[in-house]
Design a protein around this ligand. Sequence first.
Ligand SMILES: C[S@@+](CC[C@H](N)C(=O)[O-])C[C@H]1O[C@@H](n2cnc3c(N)ncnc32)[C@H](O)[C@@H]1O
Length: 248
Amino acid sequence: MKNNSSFENTLPQPKFFGRRKGRVIRVAKTALLERFLPQIAIDEHTVFDPKTLFGVPVEKVYMEIGFGDGAHLAEQALKNKNIGFIGLEVFQNGVANLLSLLTGVQNGATLPEKMEILPQRVDNVRVFADDARLLFARIPDGFVSRVYLLFPDPWPKKKHAGRRFVNPENLKELARILCKGGVLRIATDHKVYKGWVLRQMHACSSFVWTAKSSADWRNPPADWVETKYQRKALAEGRRPVFFEYRRV
Ligand SMILES: C[S@@+](CC[C@H](N)C(=O)[O-])C[C@H]1O[C@@H](n2cnc3c(N)ncnc32)[C@H](O)[C@@H]1O
């Protein structure tokens, strides 16, 4: 399949250690990747103007990095039709799942001739189906009002700490992309990563932690949508934390 982000030839590839593809992508999901993704994909021609990036005018832009199966992104986009969402995910099966949620096209069903967004939705989602770090440099300063980084891969072993997404280089880019007062939400259920995030964020002068009491990070914010990894953590007895930082 053609990689719709198609940035490989223009930018140096950062090392990526996770999975890009699962063992099987079924017929409907392959069709979604080939026929629907190009309609909403961010590629090298995309212009980052909130007036034209989405199919509808939007007031603000939110971004979700590593959206996994897309359930959180799809639900937030449905609930907030005045906001444009940029989803970044390198795992193709996850991207295909998001497309299925946006269109209602599912495995086992007859494929429609034209693949379209469900009528109850608006065209407020754009997808970068590749390593998030490849896109950062293209996003203008202060373009985004909120970034979700939900249950990033914890890479708990000390020797793999360099692979953790929360690191000074990525935080510098997120601080640049976020507008003043913009919000960075990070959730994790891993004890090593909890401490790691707190230390990394504390060392980064561009962000302040918004929590006033432990209830603020022990409980999800009011508008939270549960994610697959959050459910997995809870089922396995791990209690997630919800850190929210504001761009100063
Ligand atoms: C542990 S999963 C969490 C998925 C989802 N946020 C959730 O809570 O269910 C981490 C996700 O981040 C994605 N990911 C990791 N590094 C990434 C990167 N550099 N760019 C884009 N996606 C990335 C992985 O492919 C994976 O789907």
